[in-house]
Design a protein around this ligand. Structure first.
Ligand SMILES: [Zn+2]
Length: 700
């Protein structure tokens, strides 16, 4: 499973943070259609040993060699179409400034991005913004460069009725016949495919440890017989797989330890045989290989592209441990008991023996296959349920990609539109990214692991409200502690005001800006969003209550004999609520007047949420969630949607890969490897099509 959370990332990037672009690295690259191209920095690569650099380099090459597999998996004409379009792109001698050619360029860039002619996210076929006549003329003009018949490709590109969806999920249709994805041969029906695999599962000798049936093959019908064409060396996609094996063999010579070498060997064995039991053995070795710094995924992994959810698209990722982030979470974990003991919750609900979790953060070094250019920000593998249950899983977040999303959002106008004033923007610029990471660390490493249920309380007693309450608990733990002097003492926050950036963006997100992800007239459904709304609205309401109480307290005391009230004035600034929504020039803003009081409120709500959890108070959970976490203020919602739309931000993002430059000594041995970041998007795509063309144009 991967966390390919596009819209979530958009929010993280736009709402949660931002920091001044202090380095000269350019995170944003070109924009076209609904896409924004970004770049990521491979932090820490220069600090790796030469052996580790070589390992990362070989695994990066292996990650790039499966590109053609994915293109062919995404549709049987994709490789031919790519070749035809790229030839026009490089050799067309006509007017390159014409409207048709410009539209053609956008189309090609979208096809590159999607690894095929269907949208990477929505899976619908792209509508070209140029005419068929134009493309036919352009193709004719470069005909001597093309070695195959292109006629069949035009209806595939232009006829809306041909292959309209890559992965059709519409209930009631034959999902296999109506999906353009190339996981099933021509003429194979959904019923035939389902029947084929049902029989295979029924015949399984070891049903407690089932392999991932059908994961690494195309199901075809030949002479009326249904059978699998397995993706392996010597089989379908064998030419690409042999190139992957070539680089894996180089990688094993510089493995960090014996365990890692055994992992790579097992993967090679699996690629050679296509045997799915060997694949399970490989994933078990991979899960247990945690000693080294360098790691990878390489292979047929995720099945989102198969309408039946069995066949896995090819992906590759080379990565290594993010040492700085890991040091941060280790510090928190080492102090887990201190945080537990000092939290504002009732002593009865505290753990006596609290162990933190060290979050694993990695640095992506190369993205390939289904992780490129649109990518995941986290990985949780393997996917086999029994392997997970018996051997565990690796769950990692990809720190440098999250960082790139955040940095790229700087200067996109979001803050200028939604943050109340220059002073607050300055705080967010200075500390936003760091405190956002820290809040996530506190949430993951300490928050979820804190607290305990009272004896006899059923862990499921909060039922449908359980996950919202649990997320609120972890978030509140983070919010309460991000402001604690302990963090400055541990060297995790630079000073006593940094946390204010997190308080502001959290409240702004919970009260307003997360609403950009909700359609008009809808309620909030998703647990994380409900939790943020719950916290922000509860705190807002209680801040206003507190201010009202202070206001009334001015008239407290006694009424004297003449029945006149005595007035005890409270300083003007204390009459304001700690947080409020204000309107200026027809626009709503969050205004925070008292950060310290905000922290007290977060602490009070944490105590209440922990009480609900620890005692299994279903009614309390229901009330809290339904009152504060679900409903949307329709008028404010529309306002936020309009303001967001006016910013004209690209809804989807993807990454251009870095380039590794290998320097060799006189003997031809690797002397050093440098990473560079200046290859343009189109040049990278053309280079990949040239240097990593591992498959024939037709793979039947
Ligand atoms: Zn959580």
């Amino acid at each position: 499973m991967i966390f390919k959370t596009l819209s979530f990332m958009m929010m993280m990037a736009f709402a949660a943070t931002t920091q001044a672009q202090t380095d000269s690295f350019s995170y944003n690259d070109e924009r076209f259609a609904d896409l924004q191209m970004l770049r990521y920095q491979v932090h820490g690569f220069d600090e790796l040993s030469l052996r580790q650099k070589s390992l990362v380099y070989y695994l990066s090459e292996a990650a790039l060699c499966g590109r053609d597999i994915l293109w062919d998996q995404n549709g049987r004409y994709n490789l031919r179409i790519r070749q035809m379009l790229e030839t026009v792109y490089t050799d067309y001698k006509g007017d390159r400034k014409s409207k048709d050619f410009q539209a053609f360029v956008v189309y090609l860039k979208r096809v590159w991005f999607s690894n095929g002619i269907h949208h990477h996210y929505g899976s619908e076929k792209f509508q070209p913004g140029f005419s068929e006549t134009f493309l036919r003329q352009a193709v004719a003009s470069v005909k001597d460069k093309l070695t195959f018949d292109t006629e069949a490709l035009f209806p595939v590109i232009f006829d809306p009725a041909v292959m309209p969806k890559r992965t059709n999920q519409a209930d009631g249709e034959d999902l296999v016949l109506t999906s353009a994805a190339n996981y099933y041969g021509q003429g194979v029906t959904q019923a035939e495919a389902e029947d084929f695999y049902l029989k295979m599962k029924d015949a399984d000798q070891d049903p407690a440890h089932p392999v991932m049936f059908g994961m690494n093959s195309r199901l075809v019908k030949e002479d009326g017989v249904i059978k699998e064409k397995v993706w392996r060396s010597g089989g379908l996609y064998g030419a690409a797989i042999d190139r992957i094996i070539y680089w894996l063999q180089k990688a094993r010579t510089v493995a960090e330890n014996d365990k890692q070498e055994a992992v790579i060997d097992k993967l090679i064995e699996y690629y050679r045989t296509g045997d799915l039991k060997t694949f399970d053995d490989y994933t078990i070795l991979w899960v247990n290989d945690t000693q080294g710094d360098v790691d990878f995924t390489n292979g047929f992994t995720e099945s989102y592209g198969d309408p039946l959810g069995m066949k896995a698209s090819w992906e590759g990722l080379a990565n290594f441990k993010d040492k700085a982030a890991t040091a941060r979470t280790e510090k928190l974990s080492a102090n887990a008991q201190w945080f537990e003991d000092n939290s504002p919750v009732d002593a009865r609900f505290k753990k006596e023996n609290c162990k933190g979790i060290t979050a694993k953060v990695i640095v992506a070094a190369m993205l390939g296959g289904d992780l490129y250019p649109s990518t995941a920000i986290g990985i949780n593998l393997p996917n086999s349920n029994w392997v997970r249950a018996e051997h565990g899983s690796k769950s990692v977040t990809i720190g440098n990609l999250t960082d790139a999303y955040n940095k790229a959002a700087h200067g996109n106008g979001f803050q200028e539109e939604f943050v109340i004033d220059e002073d607050t923007r300055r705080l967010i610029n200075l500390y936003g990214d760091a405190c956002d990471d820290l809040h996530t660390d506190l949430h993951e490493c300490l928050g979820h692991g804190s607290g305990k249920l009272l004896p006899g309380v059923d862990a499921d007693s909060l039922k449908a409200y359980g996950s919202t309450i649990e997320e609120a608990r972890a978030d509140l733990f983070g919010l309460y502690y991000v402001a604690d002097p302990k963090l400055t003492e541990l060297g995790l926050t630079p000073n006593g005001e940094a946390y204010k950036s997190q308080y502001y963006t959290y409240m702004m997100n919970g009260l307003m800006t997360q609403l950009v992800r909700i359609e008009p007239n809808n309620n909030i459904e998703e647990a994380h969003m409900r939790n943020r709304a719950l916290i922000a609205h509860w705190v807002l309401e209680h801040a206003i209550d507190n201010a009202r109480r202070r206001e009334q307290s001015q008239y407290r005391g006694h009424t004297d004999a003449e029945h006149t009230q005595t007035f005890f004035p409270v300083p003007q600034d204390q009459l304001q609520p700690a947080v409020q929504l204000i309107e200026r020039d027809g626009k709503t803003y969050v205004q925070i007047n008292n950060y310290a009081e905000l922290r007290t409120l977060f602490g009070q709500l944490l105590a209440e949420v922990q009480r609900i959890k620890s005692t299994g108070d279903f009614e309390g959970a229901r009330k809290l969630v339904e009152t504060y976490g679900v409903k949307v203020d329709g008028k404010l919602h529309l306002e936020v949607l309009q303001r967001y739309k006016a910013l004209n931000l690209a809804p989807y993002k993807g990454f251009i890969n870095p380039v590794y430059v290998v320097e060799r000594d006189k003997e031809g041995q690797i002397a050093d490897i440098r990473v560079t970041y200046d290859e343009p998007y189109d040049q990278q795509m053309l280079r990949y099509s040239r240097d990593y063309r591992t498959l024939p144009l037709v793979n039947d």
